[in-house]
Design a protein around this ligand. Structure first.
Ligand SMILES: C[S@@+](CC[C@H](N)C(=O)[O-])C[C@H]1O[C@@H](n2cnc3c(N)ncnc32)[C@H](O)[C@@H]1O
Ligand code: SF4
Ligand code: SF4
Ligand code: SF4
Length: 395
């Protein structure tokens, strides 16, 4: 700790070394807040790094696991004006590195997705696309390659056609054909991007096929296999979850060789945590991410970007209300990022200043918890969050 004392005028000055280490200057602005009796200074900076854009809530599938089965939100595309407002905000967030086109819907059903990706690439940002893979036609793959899309994440929740169809309602072979074609195109054109990641949502009924999906990922030259547990939106999904409150055996691990530029590196399986633990860390906030919904609402993460019900790790049904800190159609993106409430929320999440409801004696009956609020007075609450436990994961 560094001691700071007021000068002759009674003013406190932060030491130069302290400011330099944090890329701040004597002119930097701060939010001054209190937490647990301590004073907190949070710099007011446009330092967002990752931007998730939900271009649509519509989809060409109706997967068993999907939140879209248990919400009442409309199935709508983002309109031109909303996207334009996001684009106008990007240069005002100079530390922004990546735009991720995905959320709760299928980005490729938006009629102008390719135009949107092109506009983001023109601004010099890396792009990740998350998709179910069904609309990855030859033409779309060629466009993704020519636009320099960096990463493609495709969901494959089963290694056998019947299991995949049972969850996703369509034919696995169509996805494999599309991804084989992408692999061939990349080889013919001698490019390595977009690199492929496969995402697998683990359930009681598909876990035995994780090895098949690993082999498939290797055959498709995927660089990563991201395994997530299910966020149980329904009682049926709750009965299928593989994690719990107490310790459990890890799922699986493995790797395979994959070509990357001139190097040969290892494709890896990234597995989730199996049980509730003391360590809580929000990747969305740590990575300085923000999520913009189809209608322009700005949320800190997927978990708070829509209203829905789900079952907590210890099986309590809770309701989460959408929480947004502004709308890009009403306020510039960078101002929303730096506003007081959003800055305070991120500061509380970084410190993880929330109780742990699954460890509380009142966990089964507490109505605050059932409405995603918490007794420490900081709302919305992250106290039950499965993302912060690394149990539910995303790219
Ligand atoms: C909602 S989808 C949107 C992108 C695209 N439509 C897709 O299916 O890949 C984003 C990711 O969430 C995963 N997902 C779907 N339902 C889930 C659940 N209940 N819990 C955790 N992840 C889920 C999907 O498998 C996918 O990898
Ligand atoms: S493809 Fe993606 S968005 Fe569509 S229903 Fe399945 S998980 Fe949901
Ligand atoms: S909100 Fe507070 S009282 Fe209620 S379950 Fe969580 S920790 Fe316990
Ligand atoms: S901890 Fe969970 S609910 Fe809280 S900001 Fe992070 S992802 Fe969202």
């Amino acid at each position: 700790m560094t001691e700071i004392t007021p000068d002759q005028n009674g003013e406190l000055k932060l030491p130069d070394g302290f400011l330099e280490r944090r890329n701040l200057t004597s002119q930097s602005r701060f939010w001054l807040d209190e937490r647990g009796g301590d004073l907190i200074l949070t710099p007011v900076r446009p330092d967002a790094r990752k931007l998730y854009i939900e271009v649509t809530t519509a989809c060409n599938l109706n997967c068993l696991t999907c939140i879209r089965n248990s919400w009442t939100d409309p199935h709508r595309h983002m309109d031109e004006q909303t996207f334009r407002h996001i684009l106008e905000g990007i240069p005002k967030l100079p530390e922004l590195e990546r735009v991720i086109f995905t959320s709760f819907g299928e980005p490729l059903v938006h009629p102008d997705l390719i135009g949107m990706i092109a506009a983001v690439r023109e601004l010099g940002l890396d792009v990740t696309l998350g998709s179910n893979g069904l609309l990855l036609s030859d033409d779309v793959c060629r466009k993704l390659i020519s636009l320099g899309v960096d990463q493609l994440v495709v969901s494959i929740d089963g290694g056998k056609p019947e299991t995949y169809k049972g969850i996703r309602g369509t034919q696995l072979q169509k996805i494999i054909d599309n991804l084989e074609n992408l692999k061939k195109l990349k080889m013919d054109l001698q490019v390595t991007k977009p690199t492929l990641a496969v995402e697998f949502v683990a359930l009681e009924s598909n876990l035995h096929e994780l090895t098949d999906v690993l082999n498939l990922s290797s055959a498709l030259h995927a660089a990563r296999l991201i395994v997530s547990h299910v966020l149980p939106y329904t009682a049926e999904l709750n009965a299928e979850k593989l994690y719990g409150y107490g310790p459990r055996e890890p799922l699986f691990s493995g790797s395979w060789p994959v070509q990357s530029d001139v190097w040969l590196r290892w494709g890896v399986v990234e597995t989730p945590r199996m049980s509730w633990g003391a360590e809580r860390r929000c990747r969305f906030v740590q990575d300085k991410s923000l999520v913009v919904n189809w209608n322009g609402n700005v949320s800190p993460c997927y978990a708070l970007s829509h209203s829905y019900d789900y079952y907590t790790v210890d099986g309590v049904l809770k309701h989460v209300g959408e929480h947004s800190f502004g709308n890009v159609n009403e306020q510039p993106l960078e101002e929303i990022w730096m506003n007081q409430e959003y800055s305070r929320f991120r500061s509380n999440v970084r410190a993880f200043h929330f109780p742990s409801c699954p460890d509380c004696d009142l966990r089964e009956t507490c109505d605050l918890r059932q409405n995603n609020e918490a007794c420490w007075g900081l709302n919305p609450s992250c106290a039950d969050c499965l993302w912060a436990q690394d149990i539910v994961r995303c790219p």
